[in-house]
Write a protein that binds this ligand. Structure first.
Ligand SMILES: Cc1cc2nc3c(=O)[nH]c(=O)nc-3n(C[C@H](O)[C@H](O)[C@H](O)COP(=O)(O)OP(=O)(O)OC[C@H]3O[C@@H](n4cnc5c(N)ncnc54)[C@H](O)[C@@H]3O)c2cc1C
Length: 265
């Protein structure tokens, strides 16, 4: 379908973007990989698209004990970043490389994915396992939210009307840590039926989170038991099968993280 007519404004600064978003029914546009399909289906009919593409929010930089990923960093930027391997954060690149196809990875951004809050999106599980926070900016100022605080339900976030994600910030895990991501994808959409991100630290502690199985990404309890994890079923993957897949991908992600932590690859 052809989208309804919509205005377009290419933001020149964050302030300019926030000002333009004051127009009723204006919407931010990042990579357009989720928003444009929604416009084509006329599920959303914004009055104005505020293109964030020109803003300098794309860098991936280590800043002391933290890694800062600009909201406009694309999946391709993450797969080609040299910062990740050396920081024990290679799982971010695993996860980004499992998303969509080359075109989607060239355009889609980490900030856009988080703001869209598709419960089947890959990256939130990896970010949850790594203890990431999301920085935002609105006319009221700046905020920092955990991934769980941000993602409140399917396609629903805690973002205000004119609040933009500016960066994702992760604590760099201790030296000798490893991270990994594994998923089983729906063969038609490529989105995960179940995906898991894992972090293994040299002291043997670990964190695992899963996506694609419930209303939002969930941390797996330290016991590793998935009994209390919320899992839904549908025609394609009944609840029992999806729960089984969650266990499989969690084990695979943890294995990758532990192998990396032990320096075996
Ligand atoms: C064919 C195809 C396959 C895909 N496969 C996968 C997959 O396997 N796994 C997966 O996880 N995803 C997948 N995606 C989704 C993809 O990752 C999208 O890129 C992502 O969900 C949205 O990012 P975007 O930059 O394109 O955002 P856009 O489409 O531009 O925007 C999405 C929403 O976020 C808002 N927004 C954008 N940036 C910001 C910001 N900085 N602050 C606040 N709000 C903002 C917009 O207003 C809009 O509501 C796929 C998409 C396509 C088209």
């Amino acid at each position: 379908m052809i989208p309804a007519a919509v205005g377009y404004h290419r933001a020149t600064s964050l302030e300019d973007a926030l000002e333009a978003l004051a127009e009723p029914d204006a919407k931010a546009l990042a990579g357009g990989q989720s928003l444009i399909p929604v416009l084509k289906l006329r599920i959303a009919r914004p009055s104005l698209l505020v293109d964030l593409g020109g803003l300098e929010l794309r860098s991936i930089e280590r800043d002391g004990d933290e890694l800062r990923i600009g909201a406009l960093a694309t999946w391709k930027d993450l797969t080609s970043s040299l910062e990740l391997d050396s920081s024990g954060l290679a799982g971010l690149a695993d996860c980004a490389s499992s998303i969509g196809d080359l075109q989607v990875r060239n355009r889609g951004t980490i900030g856009g994915s988080l703001a869209h809050a598709d419960p089947a999106s890959d990256m939130p599980a990896m970010l949850l396992a790594l203890g990431a926070r999301v920085e935002t900016r609105s006319p009221d100022g700046e905020r920092s939210l955990s991934v769980s605080e941000l993602l409140v339900g399917p396609f629903t976030t805690a973002l205000g009307e004119r609040e933009l994600i500016t960066a994702v910030v992760l604590p760099v895990p201790p030296p000798g840590s490893g991270s990994g991501y594994a998923s089983v994808e729906h063969p038609a959409s490529g989105f995960p039926l179940a995906g898991a991100g894992a972090l293994g630290r040299p002291d043997g502690t670990k964190a695992v989170a899963i996506t694609g199985v419930g209303a939002r990404p969930q941390l797996v309890p330290e016991s590793g038991s998935l009994d209390d994890v919320e899992v839904y079923g549908d025609r394609f993957a009944p609840e029992s099968y999806r729960r089984h897949l969650a266990g499989v991908v969690a084990a695979r992600a943890l294995e990758i993280a532990q192998v990396r932590s032990e320096g075996r690859r």
